[in-house]
Design a protein around this ligand. Structure first.
Ligand code: PHE
Length: 340
């Protein structure tokens, strides 16, 4: 091969080696192998040669072309390799980095109380029942001795829906869990011992009232029980719920249409920040004869005791929370405290 061919190869090799990146390399390639490149020009020169000379020189030029291509491919390969190495370096996983982990979910404090209440009452032989939150006027009021136009209805400011029941009265969001007394007693035979925890609704909103809140209803119907049994059960419940015997309980006369006599249950801690203060915790009473009749039972034969307590109220007292709205704001700083 002539010296000028060697020069050309050396020149290509040098230019390729000097190319700092792939784009420059491809530009340099055009200068040698492109349509107007040096090798192509040499090929064009073949046309004027004799056949024998043409064959020989043609072979030589092909040889040159091949070598230049080899140099090119090698350099291309170098660039590919460098790029790969760079990516590998950039994408390395730092196995020593601590994991992000997943936040652990927790049970809402009101639901924790709900669960505790069920546990405690189950342990003393009570069943747990569940009922509709959208109620008929009859179950929510009338069956509970609270007929249409009775002034006691205004004790519970009610959300009405636009749907009507069979009596053409608007369906409503139950204002208490007491309709469950009637629903359950109609379907079970005494003795009945049941609690019915659940959501309830009233048009009410301030630091101690939320439009949606939770109650737990309790009902005990039998032939041979007395107010003392209600008192005993409820006292046991409170002591178990607050995990202390250091509390006093009193039944203060009150009024509910569906109980007679009726009593507000108050409690007082003997220790702690609420020490010495009576706190209202539940409504209660002996089930009114009219309501017993609506159960489908004879009030001369059966006697019933009922209570209805606010689950938020119990939760606030248990944990010392003073604004009920905090339960529904979804602030994790507040909620996490109950799940440690
Ligand atoms: N349902 C009553 C209320 O929401 C509470 C209650 C229940 C009172 C059972 C007496 C008996 O205020």
């Amino acid at each position: 091969m002539s010296e000028s061919f060697d020069d050309l190869i050396a020149q290509a090799q040098q230019k390729f080696a000097q190319a700092p990146d792939l784009a420059t390399l491809e530009n340099e390639k055009a200068k040698f192998l492109g349509k107007k490149g040096a090798v192509t020009e040499l090929m064009k020169g073949l046309a004027q040669l004799e056949p024998e000379q043409k064959r020989q020189r043609g072979q030589q030029i092909n040889q040159v072309k091949k070598q230049i291509e080899e140099c090119l491919n090698q350099r291309r390969h170098e660039f590919a390799q460098a790029e790969l190495n760079q990516r590998l370096a950039a994408e390395t996983i730092d196995v020593s980095l601590p994991g992000r982990g997943r936040g652990m979910g927790g049970i809402h404090p009101v639901m924790q109380s709900w669960q505790r209440i069920e546990e405690i009452f189950r342990s003393i032989g009570f069943a747990v029942a569940d009922g509709p939150e959208i109620e008929t006027d009859w179950f929510n009021f009338t069956a509970l001795n609270n007929p249409l136009n009775h002034p006691a209805r205004s004790m519970q400011d009610t959300f009405y829906t636009e749907m009507q029941d069979d009596d053409q009265l608007p369906l409503l969001l139950r204002t208490h869990t007491s309709p469950m007394q009637v629903r359950y007693a109609q379907q079970h035979t005494p003795p009945i011992k049941v609690i019915a925890p659940g959501r309830t609704y009233r048009v009410d909103s301030d630091a101690t009232h939320s439009p949606m809140f939770h109650q737990v209803e309790g009902l005990w119907v039998a032939k041979d029980i007395s107010f003392a049994d209600l008192k005993g059960v409820y006292s046991l419940f409170l002591k178990a719920f607050f995990e202390t015997d250091d509390l006093q309980i009193r039944f203060r006369p009150s009024f509910f249409p569906f109980t007679e006599p009726s009593a507000e249950i108050d409690m007082m801690f003997s220790t702690g920040p609420n020490k010495g203060r009576w706190l209202e915790i539940s409504g209660s009473g002996q089930v009114h004869p009219t309501v017993i009749r609506n159960f489908g039972l004879d009030p001369e034969e059966y006697i019933g005791f009922a209570f209805g307590s606010g689950i938020e109220r119990l939760t606030m007292l248990r944990y010392g929370v003073n604004d009920l709205r905090q339960f529904y704001e979804g602030d994790l700083r507040f909620l996490q405290q109950f799940n440690r």
